[in-house]
Design a binder for this molecule. Structure first.
Ligand code: FAD
Length: 488
């Protein structure tokens, strides 16, 4: 790729906050030109969804860590705020850039922004080069025999498993940085002044205690997972009280580690130690779910806004604001649901099994439109991801492609007893019932008065009774679902 070596080239970082396996950065460095790096906090472009509170908090630390890593390598990061559509062209012109490099994004609004910017820059004689830095395989590279996107996960998984994954790139040893023109230095905003971290009130203490943000934390987290939790992953991943999953989701969300690095790292572990094969395969299948969600978002851009199956357009959702509030606050009276919702509120993350139980409860027990839940998760998850979140909510609601059927309704008590048998997870997040014996921790309402008394639990006072009874709520949900068929 040749460029005028007098003019700098730009690298625009977007949810790919790392130096290793960063194809756009590697290609920019390979030009031999000076490399200027920037990011844009864009809450203004038409159709782009503003980040939620928890991802804004993560972004702050992620940008700081990226700036730090770039500085140590000879460059640095300038951050701008505003509509990328209107400012990226200006940045390129004022920097006198010959080319701009970025890794691709996959939602319709992001693609529209990128296309418009690319055209604008090309008209100005500035070349724009884009790369795959986010996925194992881009959506249009995996198709079924008819050349169409897969609608069902299992054949998609098989197709991916049969393909080689491109090698992960090493980080550049040195980035030949340059000086930004003063007008751009003046226009840039220090990360601390972007207002990404909450101040009054500062609700981020729990997240700060739980997470380290940035590439180094992501890479170390992955190494720790390979060392400590990959063995046993296939069995442990469903148990929320066990450190059985990788907790890499926010790092993947912000591109602090790439799926290719994970793929090759896990594959190497399994090659070195064949007894890890089953766990490695299961783990890689989750990474492939992530690609599959992105493929779905790419081909069906309405995924976050509209049921994929149009018959769900007529679903008789209920609007019980009080019940939704109880769900958000972790006060439904179902301990496993409440523990999950409180874990989310305190730490910005919830275990996958509990996400499924809590989401199913909102949609089916409370008959609440899945978009209400999607929006709450969007605001509170540190890993809130346009593809994974929307696709997972539609999966739970039964309205997505290759979804769980609507009539599969989780019983929150049975799920709790199965996946948190001793109640350890519940005890960590619902302290007011922590002293209950395991036999009653999933259903405090069944405990005899003496047991409740000994555990310091006063039903309806220290801990609520269930806001809806399981059996009738289940029947109501099935009835609502049947009503769709009767009007079809
Ligand atoms: P691990 O089990 O260690 O998996 C490794 C990685 O694989 C994850 O980090 C993630 O990137 C990917 N992955 C795992 N499960 C899934 C899945 N079901 N779909 C797509 N990718 C997956 N995940 C998000 O990253 N962002 C979201 O906004 C999100 N919202 C969800 C909403 C609901 C209602 C549900 C049921 C699931 C949602 N998930 C979401 C998927 C999943 O719960 C998380 O990816 C997982 O819990 C993250 O923890 P982990 O990194 O320890 O996962």
């Amino acid at each position: 790729m040749s460029t005028d070596s007098q003019s700098p080239v730009l690298v625009w970082f977007r949810d790919d906050h790392r130096l290793s396996d960063h194809p756009a950065l590697a290609a920019a460095v390979a030009t031999g030109s000076r490399v200027l790096c920037f990011a844009v906090l864009d809450d203004d472009s038409d159709g782009l969804r503003p980040l939620g509170g928890a991802t804004r908090w993560w972004l702050h630390g992620s940008l700081e860590a990226l700036d730090d890593a770039l500085r140590r390598t000879g460059s640095g990061l300038l951050v701008f705020k505003g509509s990328a559509l209107s400012i990226v062209g200006r940045i390129a012109i004022e920097a006198g850039a010959s080319a701009i490099f970025w890794n691709r994004r996959y939602s319709a609004a992001e693609i529209a922004v990128d296309r418009a910017i690319k055209k604008h820059l090309t008209d100005l004689g500035i070349r724009a080069h884009s790369f795959n830095g986010r996925l194992l395989h881009e959506p249009w590279t995996i198709a079924n025999q008819a050349g169409k996107p897969f609608q069902v996960f299992t054949p998609y998984l098989r197709a991916v498993m049969a393909r080689p994954v491109a090698a992960a790139l090493p980080p550049p040893k040195r980035i030949p940085g340059g000086t930004w023109p003063s007008a751009l230095l003046d226009a840039a905003i220090p990360v601390g002044a972007l207002g990404l971290e909450p101040s009054s009130p500062d609700w981020a203490d729990g997240m700060r205690a739980e997470w380290r943000r940035g590439e180094r934390a992501g890479q170390e987290g992955f190494e720790r997972f390979c060392r400590e939790s990959l063995r046993g992953y296939a069995d442990n991943r469903d148990h929320p009280s066990v450190q059985g999953t990788s907790r890499l989701s926010p790092h993947l969300r912000f591109g602090e580690i790439s799926p290719r690095q994970i793929w090759h790292g896990v594959t190497a572990e399994a090659a070195r130690e064949p007894s890890l094969a089953r766990d490695a395969e299961k783990y890689l299948s989750e990474i492939i779910w992530r690609d599959f969600s992105h493929q779905m978002l790419h081909y069906y851009p309405h995924m976050p806004d509209r049921p994929h199956s149009s018959r769900f357009d007529r679903f008789p959702w209920s609007e019980d604001a009080k019940a939704v509030r109880a769900w958000q606050k972790g006060r439904t009276g179902y301990p496993i649901v409440d523990a999950g919702m409180r874990q989310l509120w305190q730490t910005g993350w919830m275990h996958n099994r509990v996400r499924m139980i809590a989401a199913s409860f909102l949609v089916k027990h409370l008959l609440t439109d899945w978009r209400r839940g999607e929006a709450w998760f969007w605001d509170t998850l540190v890993d809130a991801d346009p593809a994974n979140n929307a696709f997972s909510w539609q999966w739970i609601a039964g309205s997505g492609p290759d979804s769980a059927p609507f009539h599969r309704i989780f019983n929150p008590v049975a799920q709790g007893e199965k996946f948190d048998p001793d109640g350890d997870y519940i005890r960590s997040f619902v302290p007011e019932i922590a002293e209950l014996p395991s036999g009653f921790i999933h259903k405090p309402w069944d405990a005899p008065p003496a047991v409740l008394h000994a555990a310091g639990v006063r039903r309806g006072e220290t801990y609520p009774d269930p806001i809806v009874p399981h059996g009738p709520a289940r029947e109501r949900a099935l009835q609502a679902f049947r009503s769709l068929r009767s009007v079809a």
